[in-house]
Design a binder for this molecule. Sequence first.
Ligand code: NAD
Ligand code: ZN
Length: 345
Amino acid sequence: VRAVVFENFQTFPELKEVDRPTPGPGEVLLKVAGSGACHSDVSIYREFTAGAPGAQNPPFVLGHEVSGWVEELGQGVDGVQVGDAYLVYGPIGCGRCAACSRGQDTYCENVASMPYLATGIGRDGGMAEYVRVPVRNLVPLGDADPVAAAPLSDAGLTPYHAIKLALPNLAGGGKFALVIGLGGLGQVAVQILTALTGATVIATDTKPEAMERAAANGAVTVPGGEGQVEAIRAITGGRGVDAAFDFVGATPTIRTAQASMARQGRLTVVGIAGGTAEWSFFANPYEATITNTYWGTIEDLHEVVAMYRAGQITPQVQRYSLDQALDAYRDLEAGKVAGRAVVVP
Ligand code: NAD
Ligand code: ZN
């Protein structure tokens, strides 16, 4: 069977023949329905080096945004039927610590002793015909379209988790949210903010098409460049935004988000472009918070799927066959993907 394999650090992945995986005890084999190409994969194969924070040693099959149909049950698995459609919760922690027991495998306390971080991050992922996953990581999709659901595993879950933690900042009338970077994650963030809050969503990207899409989803858009912070503040009547989400994470975008914040605002940096922030007492709006985030909980993912099934989240998907999977990554790197590239084997 074919799979997209990350072979070596700082090396573009390869499409190659691999053995068909066998589900172990407590696992199922999924026939992959869709596998999203996340920008984090680009960091994994372009930037990460051995031993760097978050880096997992190759080789492994990429793909941490996966949906599929149950093909085979491993030993001791019951309660799932062959043919049923599931979305995969990617993170895999020890399953025993306090974080894992609240469904937050991302912050597993025993991560240092785990051989991998997630399906598609250290362990073979879903850019393949088949993937094996622990039954504990399955979120049922019912009769919802599994292909368009694939991005929800990360492009849905990560913004959802970040937004949920910022809901206190957006509660009440007349609130403003800022979304920077309207790609796979950012477009879904606009939809989630619209569905969960009454806030005015201000959105920006370097690509005009991405801003048009966000506007169609209810956002007010502001182009980048000179005067951008003033334009954002003007929309808020000068007060600034109550919650900002930076899906780029470069120094200039963090700076823009920071300068756009209201007092007691909250900035969540989601993008991993490696930017840095400056902080000083009088330059910081009073009681404004800057934080980061990593993926989300399996409980969050159940909620994201519920929103998808209710029609509140509709990821924009650009389909690629498995033969074209490397083109999906080339297009992603070239900024040519609208929404999310999803490989459909
Ligand atoms: P993407 O490539 O689909 O989208 C990025 C968008 O940002 C594009 O539309 C691009 O035009 C825009 N952009 C780039 N530079 C910009 C700038 N200076 N100003 C405004 N817009 C700009 O990427 P994605 O898959 O949505 O991922 C976004 C980021 O989030 C990546 O850094 C990714 O690695 C990271 N990520 C983080 C987590 C987490 O858990 N923290 C999870 C998934 C992805
Ligand atoms: Zn990701």
